[in-house]
Design a protein around this ligand. Structure first.
Ligand SMILES: Cc1cc2nc3c(=O)[nH]c(=O)nc-3n(C[C@H](O)[C@H](O)[C@H](O)COP(=O)(O)OP(=O)(O)OC[C@H]3O[C@@H](n4cnc5c(N)ncnc54)[C@H](O)[C@@H]3O)c2cc1C
Length: 380
């Protein structure tokens, strides 16, 4: 067991940090205000390999490990969690599903464009009536002659309006329950597929979240992703690694909030001294530093296990649950340490506070993570 990052990992962290400070921090409040994902950032993300972090060089990807993926997501989230969410959904959901379960032709068709950042990836599981109970989805794909015909609507889809390639999960045989669910890869602009309502969100506002509607959308059989009937099982595997990404996002957000609080505590003077000299503030800083380090270790452990080819259902959920909940606490304490200045947009505290809440909800709520963890423990 070696907790030290390699030289390459340290360089990677520094490079992504410098990129996020230069290319994201100056503009993130404007993107947040306008609820605008900056498409012109895509080629810059691609230039650093951040649109194809874990994909093989044969697809133009950066071929990084899962631990290195965490470092990238962490460093973007430290500055702007909304951009990190977009990078995580693109890499860890859409492209990852295609890379894990696509056939050679599908990978060759879709991955290089995703990896080069020519298109953003989206991944559609959730529906208005099927969130935590995703297998209760209503969207169907019915085989008609040479095509699958998709009907239904997916809700809360990251890049639902602006994504170029989307993985969509649909019921292909209701009688078979979760073994009657399949995945398809579709492209925006296909007849019968359109973006619906764009959500007006509390946080993560620079990341597009929209409904996607399918009305008699005809998809060729070559776009069935993975085996028919395996879509939901494959989805759970995608989420096992996706949740490591959300854990890393949580660690990065918590780190950013903690650093902002620490900086402010040293600058702000009350009663003739920096507020950092008060024990009440010091304990908040100390508790957050400990919690962030613990969350980072849980996250890297899950990532390292994934890199070793081991199943991480339990470890991914533990990391996601713990990291997202300590991130909520870090963002809350960051606002508290800033006092009234934590409540206004001149300081980063209020944005961390708004962005963080998604992390205990997306890719499985905290309640669902506890359910997954308990199920794993009880089945041992
Ligand atoms: C910004 C954003 C981006 C998103 N991006 C995507 C995306 O790209 N693709 C995608 O497919 N989805 C996406 N989602 C959807 C997200 O994954 C769901 O919102 C989430 O899974 C919760 O589903 P729900 O909102 O329907 O809540 P519900 O499932 O209705 O849950 C409501 C409450 O009930 C609790 N609950 C539900 N069932 C149980 C249970 N069995 N035991 C205990 N408590 C329970 C939940 O924990 C929660 O507190 C996104 C959501 C947001 C807000």
């Amino acid at each position: 067991m070696d907790f030290r990052p390699t030289d390459e990992q340290q360089i990677l962290r520094r490079t992504v940090r410098e990129f996020a400070e230069a290319e994201i921090r100056p503009y993130m409040m404007a993107w947040d205000e306008s609820q605008h994902f900056p498409m012109d950032l895509l080629p810059k993300l691609a230039g650093l390999g951040l649109t194809g972090i874990q994909f093989g060089e044969e697809f133009g990807g950066a071929g990084m490990s899962s631990v290195e993926y965490c470092i990238c997501i962490e460093e973007i989230a430290r500055v702007c969690p909304a951009i990190a969410l977009s990078v995580a959904a693109h890499n860890g959901l859409c492209a990852s599903h295609i890379a894990q379960f696509g056939d050679a032709r599908q990978k060759a068709q879709f991955l290089p464009r995703l990896v080069r950042g020519e298109v953003l990836g989206a991944w559609g599981l959730t529906e208005a009536g099927a969130g935590s109970d995703a297998a209760g989805m209503r969207t169907t794909a019915v085989r008609q002659g040479e095509c699958w015909v998709i009907n239904g609507a997916k809700t809360f889809i990251t890049h639902g309006a602006i994504g170029g390639v989307m993985v969509v999960i649909a019921v292909t045989d209701r009688a078979k329950g979760h073994r009657g669910i399949s995945a398809f890869v579709v492209e925006h602009g296909m007849p019968g597929m359109r973006a619906g309502k764009k959500e007006n969100k509390l946080g993560m506002r620079a990341s597009d979240t929209s409904e996607v509607v399918f009305e008699d959308c005809r998809v060729p059989p070559s776009q069935l992703l993975g085996e028919e009937g395996q879509g939901f099982i494959n989805t759970l595997q995608v989420l096992d690694s996706g949740r490591i990404g959300i854990a890393a996002l949580s660690v990065g957000l918590a780190q950013g909030a903690y650093e902002a609080a620490l900086r402010y505590a040293k600058e702000r003077r009350q009663f003739g001294q920096p507020i950092a000299s008060f024990q009440a503030i010091q304990w908040k800083l100390a508790d957050n530093a400990v919690r962030i380090e613990a969350a980072r270790l849980l996250t890297y452990r899950a990532a390292d296990m994934k890199d070793r080819g081991r199943r991480t259902t339990l470890e991914s959920s533990m990391a996601k649950l713990f990291a997202s909940e300590i991130a909520v606490k870090a963002a809350d304490d960051c606002v508290q340490i800033h006092g009234g200045y934590g409540f206004v947009k001149d300081y980063p505290a209020e944005k961390y506070f708004r962005d963080v809440k998604l992390l205990t909800i997306g890719e499985g709520t905290s309640e669902i993570q506890r359910l997954v963890i308990a199920r794993q423990l009880l089945s041992e």
